[in-house]
Design a binder for this molecule. Structure first.
Ligand SMILES: NC(=O)c1ccc[n+]([C@@H]2O[C@H](COP(=O)([O-])OP(=O)(O)OC[C@H]3O[C@@H](n4cnc5c(N)ncnc54)[C@H](O)[C@@H]3O)[C@@H](O)[C@H]2O)c1
Length: 403
C-alpha cells in the first residue's frame, strides 16, 4: 500500500466530511483491499487496540475473534461496528479460530500465563503469528517457545512494540545506526506511571499469572536495554517492593503480590552497565532513556501528564561535544497515529507484521529478543525475592536451560 493511500485512510477517519463521495470515485480516500486476514485471540484491552489499529492501517483485516469471556466479545463486536462494515465472526473454539483456511495470521492477545498453551494450538496451523509480550511468565516456558520458533516456517513476532514509539525509534537511529554517542557504555531507563489497570479476572495483580511486574510490564524496557547494549546480560541486581498499590487488594480470596517500585541494575557481557527505575504510583506517564557513550549522550523522554488539553510531550537531546553536531527535537507521529494506541507504537508494529507476512525483513522483536527480555525480568524478580545478585548463566542452568 502506498504512503499516499495510508495518509488518505488516516484523514478519512477524521470524520464523515468526505463520505458523500461515492466509493468508486474516491482516490486519496479510497480504501485498498486488505492484503491479509487475521484472527484475534483475546479481545480485551490490547486485543481491541490491535483490532482498531489493524483496521485503520488496512493491511490486515480482522476476520474473527475467539475469547473465553462473553463480555469481551460483546464489547469488541460493538467497537468493531464503529470502525468497519465488515462481518464480525466469533469462533467457539481456539482450534477453529486458529485453523480457519480464510485466515493468514493469528494475533495472540490473551494474558501472559496463557501464551504458551495458546501458542501450542496456534502453531499447529502453520499460519503467521503475532504474540503479545511478555512471551511467557517463566523462563522454562520462554525457552520452550524459542525452541518452537526455531523450527517454525512462518512469522512469529513478539509484541515488544516500544521500539516503535517515536522517541525510541529516533534513539535507536541515533545510537545504533548513526553511532551518535560512539561506543555505548551506560544506559538508564525510567518509567513512572499510574498503577496497573483492571483486567479480566485481575490477572495482572498476581505474579503467578503475569510473571511479576518486572516481567509483565518491564520486559519492554529490558528489550530496549538489550537492544542498546547490543550484548547479553550477565548479572542482575534489583530491589523493589509493593510499597503502595493494591496492598489491600484481594480477588477470589487471594491477595495481590506484585511490585509497584524497583531499581534494577544489569551488567552486560561487553561491559555496558544499565539501570532501570520503576515507580507505578506516579500521577502521570513519564518515560526516560539515557544512553551515554564515549563520544556523546542521548536523552529521550515521553511525558503524558493528564493536564487539560495537554498533548503528548516528547523530548530528545543528542549531545556530541566536539565530535559531531548536537541537536534537540520533539519526535512525534501524526496525532491520529499517536492516538491510535501506545503513542503510535501499535500502528508501526502492525505495519511490521504485515511487512513480515509479505516476506519483508523488519526490525520488530524476534522470539530470541523476546526471550532475553524475559530473562532480565525473571532475574530481576528473583533478585528482589532473594536479595542476591543473580548470575544469569546460573539462573538459566538452574532452570535446565542450556544455550
Ligand atoms: N504491548 C503492550 O504494550 C501491551 C499492552 C497491554 C497488554 N499487553 C499484553 O497483552 C496481553 C493481554 O493483556 P490485556 O491488557 O488485553 O488483558 P485483558 O484482561 O484486558 O484482556 C485479555 C482477554 O483475553 C481473554 N482470555 C483470557 N484467557 C483466554 C484464553 N485462554 N483464550 C482466549 N481468550 C482468553 C480474556 O477474557 C480477555 O478478554 C497480555 O499478555 C499483556 O501483557 C501488551
Amino acid at each position: 500500500m502506498s504512503r499516499e493511500k495510508i495518509d488518505g485512510q488516516l484523514f478519512s477517519y477524521t470524520g464523515p466530511a468526505f463520505h458523500y463521495i461515492n466509493e468508486e470515485e474516491r482516490h486519496f480516500f479510497a480504501k485498498e483491499p486488505a492484503q491479509f486476514r487475521v484472527n484475534l485471540i483475546g479481545c480485551g484491552m490490547i486485543g481491541m487496540e490491535h483490532m482498531r489499529v489493524a483496521t485503520r492501517v488496512g493491511r490486515s483485516a480482522i476476520h474473527g475473534v475467539f475469547d473465553l469471556n462473553e463480555r469481551s466479545v460483546k464489547v469488541a463486536k460493538e467497537e468493531f461496528a464503529k470502525i468497519t462494515d465488515e462481518d464480525f465472526k466469533v469462533y467457539d473454539s481456539l482450534e477453529a479460530a486458529c485453523n480457519d483456511p480464510e485466515v493468514d495470521g493469528i494475533l495472540i492477545c490473551t494474558p501472559n500465563f496463557t501464551h504458551l498453551d495458546v501458542l501450542k494450538v496456534a502453531i499447529k496451523s502453520g499460519k503467521h503469528i503475532f504474540m503479545e509480550k511478555p512471551m511467557a511468565t517463566k523462563l522454562e516456558d520462554a525457552y520452550e517457545i524459542t525452541k518452537m520458533a526455531k523450527e517454525y516456517g512462518a512469522v512469529l513476532q513478539i509484541g515488544l512494540q516500544y521500539r516503535y514509539k517515536s522517541i525510541y525509534s529516533e534513539a535507536i537511529h541515533e545510537v545504533l545506526e548513526r553511532k551518535a554517542v560512539g561506543e555505548v557504555k551506560m544506559i538508564n531507563i525510567m518509567e513512572h506511571r499510574i498503577p496497573f489497570l483492571d483486567k479480566v479476572n485481575q490477572w495482572n495483580k498476581f505474579s503467578k499469572f503475569s510473571g511479576g511486574t518486572l516481567v509483565e510490564k518491564c520486559c519492554h524496557y529490558f528489550d530496549l536495554m538489550n537492544l542498546f547494549a547490543q550484548s547479553r546480560p550477565v548479572r542482575v541486581y534489583a530491589n523493589g517492593s509493593q510499597s503502595t498499590n493494591f496492598r489491600d487488594f484481594e480477588f477470589k480470596g487471594e491477595k495481590s503480590d506484585i511490585l509497584d517500585s524497583a531499581f534494577v541494575t544489569v551488567e552486560y557481557e561487553n561491559g555496558v552497565r544499565a539501570g532501570f527505575n520503576l515507580c507505578m504510583f506516579a500521577p502521570m506517564f513519564h518515560e526516560e532513556l539515557l544512553v551515554c557513550g564515549d563520544e556523546g549522550r542521548v536523552k529521550a523522554a515521553e511525558i503524558e501528564d493528564f493536564s487539560e488539553n495537554a498533548r503528548l510531550r516528547t523530548e530528545m537531546e543528542v549531545f556530541c561535544g566536539q565530535n559531531r553536531p548536537s541537536k534537540t527535537s520533539q519526535p512525534s507521529y501524526p496525532k491520529l497515529i499517536e492516538a491510535s494506541g501506545h503513542n503510535g507504537a501499535t500502528w508501526f508494529e502492525h505495519i511490521a507484521f504485515a511487512d513480515q507476512m509479505a516476506g519483508k525483513k523488519t526490525n520488530s522483536a524476534t522470539v530470541e529478543e523476546g526471550f532475553w527480555s524475559v530473562v532480565v525480568g525473571c532475574a530481576a524478580e528473583e533478585s528482589v525475592k532473594t536479595g542476591k545478585i543473580i548470575e544469569v548463566a546460573e539462573l538459566l542452568k538452574s532452570k535446565g536451560i542450556d544455550l
